[in-house]
Design a protein around this ligand. Sequence first.
Ligand SMILES: CC(C)(COP(=O)(O)OP(=O)(O)OC[C@H]1O[C@@H](n2cnc3c(N)ncnc32)[C@H](O)[C@@H]1OP(=O)(O)O)[C@@H](O)C(=O)NCCC(=O)NCCS
Length: 157
Amino acid sequence: MSATFTIRLISASATYSLRNEVLRPGRPATECKFPGDDSKGTFHLGIFKNDIIIGVASFMKNSNPFFEPISQFQLRGMAVLSKHKGLGIGSLLLKEGESKIKQENQDPFLWFNARVTAIDFYKKHGYESFGNKFEVPGVCEHIVMFKHFKSKKKLEV
Ligand SMILES: CC(C)(COP(=O)(O)OP(=O)(O)OC[C@H]1O[C@@H](n2cnc3c(N)ncnc32)[C@H](O)[C@@H]1OP(=O)(O)O)[C@@H](O)C(=O)NCCC(=O)NCCS
């Protein structure tokens, strides 16, 4: 039987164990709760294989002062379980989040602090880097990346 992948909106707390395993292995679980997780405008996506969660991504309504677009979202906690990496799961999650942001916002924009090890993944999805690399203490080197979208939201008259 072939696997079925489904993407669903999930709660912040449903992301924590996967964030912990992929992004903060061996670190306290408390590090996996991010500021903004429960804020208005934040949404979390989970991708499931036969009803088991294998990847997560969070999109937070958060503006970066270096950018001007009105509807800025920050991507956080993008994580795919290692045994499912390289199968297109991360791409599905990213595209679903992008699609939701484009449908629901005027002047949509997505930015994030990318791990340098994932820069090429994001470049394949049309993201550009901004500024210099910087160290996130205890994690690894990062760089800001971004993409400015055309809105799919109908103008309200
Ligand atoms: C980075 C990550 C989210 C990508 O998810 P994924 O499901 O493995 O990626 P996909 O299979 O959708 O890959 C899409 C393309 O990007 C490439 N790619 C994926 N991860 C890459 C990486 N780290 N470096 C370079 N290329 C990468 C794939 O080879 C694929 O290329 P192709 O289209 O030419 O075949 C996932 O590997 C992961 O969770 N990594 C560990 C945590 C992490 O680094 N998260 C990002 C924090 S900013």
